[in-house]
Structure formats: structure tokens, C-alpha cells
Ligand binder design. Structure first.
Ligand SMILES: Nc1ncnc2c1ncn2[C@@H]1O[C@H](COP(=O)(O)OP(=O)(O)O)[C@@H](O)[C@H]1O
Ligand SMILES: [Mg+2]
Length: 312
């Protein structure tokens, strides 16, 4: 079987010379759920718009299920369900009517439309409101209708651009629930997000991008393993004397020391509780009057931040 998504050396230079996507190469295996992760402005939407033929690339290739998405977009998109921009729905139509209308536009048979409407509304948990007007729906509900609409024609692949962005916490939760259910089905899913925790919670794989470049691509679980180093935050009563920082750096297990102010610094450590306790003893034996010594934030968060910072 063909690779669902194959991106080769993709490039997009906007008018004015700004390169939003830079030599991006990525291959997405069947049935994986890839989080296309990066901060705002990283190039996610640009990439997804090129994949879904809403924008032209200035270089490189995209193949969807083996079909060249640039020279044969119609065929390439045949098995793709995409939610790129939340579509505007007719407010006076109900979900059932909306999906029926869309199914007809797509050339589906009346039978298929009826069957799929029931199925997809179930998938996005909208069966209860299937006969209410969409005009009354929250943004999160509309986003779930958008997902229903994208999978009406039984695609093998779903491409989503930041499906939870702009939603309130409840809307986010409900959309993520739907995404998690989709994962259990046979789809290959490619979803952009600027939220690390979202990718961590919903995706199997993560493709990290910044400034149009792919920084990392692998299993979410592997990235978490790599990030197991802890970030320690240390506050001391008095400004450390000269030379102390270089001695801290040379302590075993200490990485990436950063001075945060006169009396504060952070570093990453490898190892468990024993190593952490031992380091506290060693800091004190360097003459530091430690006021507080604590783990700060998510290790994965700091790995993400440092990968992004390194790419600048
Ligand atoms: N039409 C455009 N013309 C010029 N620059 C653009 C255009 N669209 C996006 N950009 C720039 O390209 C970069 C990537 O944008 P985008 O793909 O929307 O990133 P993301 O979706 O990751 O936030 C940004 O710096 C953005 O300002
Ligand atoms: Mg975007």
C-alpha cells in the first residue's frame, strides 16, 4: 500500500521573499496520528494548505496515497477529509440538512448520505442535536460538524489544521474526545497544533516544526523518554560567589545551567530522586545557601522550548 502522506523537500516562499516552509520532508505511515507541532508562525497552516491544494508550493512535492497532490489534486484529495478553516455553515440548517447538502455536492448516493449522516453524527457525538439549527451552536460544536463533514465520504486520511484553536476549554475537551475516538478507527490523521500537551495527549507521533523547518519527527513516547531529564529551579539566599557557577556546571548530572537573576538559576538533571537529593547536598557544600530547590514545569515542555530555541 502507498504511504498516506509523503512530503518531499517542500518549499513555500511568499511574495516578498519570506520562506515559510523550508526543505520540509516527511513521511507519514498508515494509521498513525501525527501531531504537526510548532509555535505560531512555524509554517503549519502553509504546509497544510499546500497539502490540501488551497495554496501552491514554490518547490518540492506532496503525495497523498501515492498521488501527486500538485498535478492531480482531485484524485489526491479523493480519500482525504480536511478541516483547514472552520467552514461557515448556513445557520438555519440543521446538522442533518448540512451533511445531506454536502453529500449531494460530493455526488454521494441518497442511500450513502443517509447511512453516513447517522454514522458521522454518532462519531462526533452530535446525534442529540442533529435536528437543531447550527446557528445556535457553540464554536466547538461547529468544529465537530466540520469534522463530520470531512469524514462523510469515508476518507482513509484526515488532515486538520489546529482543530481546537479558539475554542473554550470545554469545546477543546469535546473536540479532543472526538479526535481520540477517530484514532481508534482506521484513519491516518495529520493534525497541526501549537499545544504540546494536546499533541502529547492525542497523537502517536510528533513532527516538530519551527521557521518552516522540521526539527524532530518520531514517536511521542520517544520524545517523552528523551525529555525525562528534569528541570530544577534553585533559589539561593545570597548571590553565588565568582566561579561557583562553573563548579555547578561541572557537577555530575548537571546540564544546561541557566542563571535567571541574582539569586536564581535553573539546570536540567538526569536521574531519579537519589541523584536529585545528592545534588542538593553538593550545592550546599559549594557554600550556596539554598532557599528553595524544586522541579519546575514539564520536562517535555522544556525540551520543546529548547528545540525551538536552538532552531533560531
Ligand atoms: N500570505 C502570506 N504572505 C506572506 N507571509 C505569510 C502569508 N501567510 C503566512 N505568512 C507567514 O508565513 C509564516 C508561517 O505562517 P503559517 O503557515 O500561518 O504558520 P502557523 O500556521 O504555523 O502559525 C508566518 O511568519 C506568516 O506570517
Ligand atoms: Mg496556523
Amino acid at each position: 500500500m502507498e504511504t498516506p502522506i509523503l512530503i518531499e523537500n517542500l518549499e513555500k516562499t511568499y511574495k516578498g521573499g519570506f520562506k515559510a516552509v523550508d526543505a520540509l520532508t516527511l513521511s507519514v505511515p498508515r494509521r498513525s496520528f501525527v501531531g504537526f507541532l510548532g509555535p505560531n508562525g512555524a509554517g503549519k497552516t502553509t504546509t497544510i494548505k499546500i497539502m490540501t491544494h488551497l495554496l501552491e508550493a514554490t518547490g518540492g512535492k506532496v503525495y497523498l496515497n501515492g498521488v501527486d497532490a500538485m498535478s492531480d489534486p482531485k484524485k489526491a484529495m479523493a480519500e482525504v477529509g480536511a478541516v483547514v478553516e472552520t467552514p461557515e455553515f448556513y445557520p438555519y440548517l440543521t446538522p442533518v440538512e448540512t451533511l445531506e447538502y454536502l453529500g449531494r455536492l460530493r455526488g454521494m448516493s441518497r442511500q450513502d448520505i443517509r447511512r453516513r449522516t447517522g454514522e458521522v453524527l454518532e462519531t462526533v457525538k452530535m446525534t442529540e442535536v442533529k435536528d437543531k439549527r447550527i446557528g445556535q451552536f457553540s464554536k466547538g460544536m461547529k468544529q465537530r460538524i466540520a469534522i463530520a463533514q470531512a469524514i462523510m465520504h469515508e476518507p482513509s486520511m484526515i488532515i486538520l489544521d489546529e482543530p481546537t484553536s479558539g475554542l473554550d476549554p470545554r469545546g477543546m475537551f469535546e473536540v479532543r474526545e472526538v479526535l481520540n475516538d477517530l484514532k481508534k478507527e482506521d484513519y491516518t490523521i495529520f493534525m497541526s497544533s501549537h499545544l504540546l500537551n494536546e499533541v502529547q495527549e492525542t497523537c502517536t507521533d510528533v513532527a516538530l516544526i519551527n521557521r518552516g523547518k522540521l526539527l524532530r519527527y518520531g514517536k511521542v513516547a520517544d520524545l517523552i523518554k528523551e525529555a525525562r531529564a528534569k528541570k530544577m529551579e534553585v533559589k539561593v539566599a545570597r548571590q553565588p560567589e565568582q566561579g561557583v557557577y562553573s563548579r555547578i556546571t561541572s557537577l555530575s548530572g548537571v546540564m544546561n545551567l541557566q542563571v535567571q537573576g541574582l539569586n536564581e538559576f535553573t539546570f536540567d538533571i538526569e536521574g531519579g530522586d537519589d541523584e536529585q537529593a545528592q545534588l542538593l547536598v553538593e550545592l550546599q557544600s559549594l557554600g550556596l545557601r539554598v532557599v528553595s530547590y524544586k522541579e519546575s514545569g514539564l520536562a517535555l515542555e522544556s525540551l520543546y522550548m529548547s528545540l525551538i530555541a536552538d532552531s533560531r
